[in-house]
Design a protein around this ligand. Structure first.
Ligand SMILES: Nc1ncnc2c1ncn2[C@@H]1O[C@H](COP(=O)(O)OP(=O)(O)OP(=O)(O)O)[C@@H](O)[C@H]1O
Length: 264
């Protein structure tokens, strides 16, 4: 009998992801079996075009899987309504800014949408959650600014606060460090790490910042040409997984430092 881990919040079984065309299925990755634990920071990495966004979009039910199962909180995703899912999972996409004319407070308040009535009236409880979300991300002082007045780094924090206000067990972010400088990439990932610890939420993000993810994540999902592997960064290093990520003619992975080196 297999051991059942009650801390598993998201699990896939023989998941196959990709795109259906009229003629055939374009399979991006198959046989994906991952288990994500509650309260962990999980980084999804892999080369350009390997299928990170496709996997994230499938996990958040924005696109259908080709086959296999996804369970969130032990419930089949196919049996979960969009309204139900919005209370379990929030999403931060890179290019999702609809209206930069909103103030920071108004944008974060949109996170309460799954809980408010059809006019969007905020209760005292909603207001407290919004203020707490602003505080957690250290942007209370920005709350009256318009979003078009913000830098990319500030805007990313606002989007994270909006996801926190949605008050879900899981937050999924697609490339949250895009457009940020080295300092702010580290800042945002460190912020995500702190949030998992302070809120107990599970945070899953995709990124090209493999070295930062190795240092900060509890778990990593690595997509290679042949496999999708989910494990602790130290185990992935000792199994030599990062060496298989890119062609070796240009860059190699140094196990001792956990970093990539360019061949000279
Ligand atoms: N709408 C689509 N229809 C058909 N194929 C697609 C579609 N979107 C992406 N693909 C293909 O699926 C594969 C995986 O793409 P995906 O965007 O998931 O990769 P990625 O790892 O997120 O890439 P990157 O790191 O460059 O953002 C690629 O071969 C891509 O061409």
């Amino acid at each position: 009998m297999t051991k059942k881990n009650i801390n598993i919040i998201l699990k896939t079984e023989n998941l196959s992801i990709g795109y259906k065309t009229k003629r055939e299925d374009l399979v991006v990755a198959s046989n994906i079996n991952i288990e994500l634990e509650k309260g962990k920071l999980i980084g999804l990495v892999g080369a350009n075009g390997i299928g990170k966004s496709t996997l994230l979009r499938t996990l958040i039910k924005v696109q259908p899987s080709l086959s296999g199962l996804i369970h969130i909180n032990n419930k089949d995703l196919n049996q979960t309504s969009v309204q139900e899912l919005a209370k379990q999972l929030s999403i931060v996409l890179t290019e999702q800014m609809t209206s930069k004319n909103l103030s920071v407070y108004e944008l974060v308040a949109l996170g309460r949408h799954p809980y408010t009535n059809w006019i969007g009236n905020l209760s005292q409880n909603d207001i407290e959650i919004i203020n707490r979300s602003l505080e957690l991300v250290n942007i209370s002082s920005l709350k009256d600014k318009k979003c078009f007045e913000l830098s990319d780094g500030q805007l990313q924090k606002v989007m994270i606060a909006r996801a926190l206000a949605q008050d879900t067990d899981i937050i999924v972010l697609d490339e949250p460090t895009t457009h940020l400088d080295m300092y702010h990439k580290a800042y945002i990932l460190k912020l995500l790490q702190r949030l998992t610890k302070e809120t107990g939420k599970t945070i899953l993000f995709s990124s090209h910042e493999i070295e930062l993810a190795i240092q900060l994540c509890d778990t990593m999902i690595v997509m290679t040409d042949n496999d999708v592997i989910c494990d602790q960064p130290c185990n992935l290093i000792s199994e030599g997984i990062f060496e298989t990520l890119f062609p070796k003619d240009l860059i190699t992975f140094d196990n001792s430092t956990g970093s990539f080196r360019v061949s000279k």
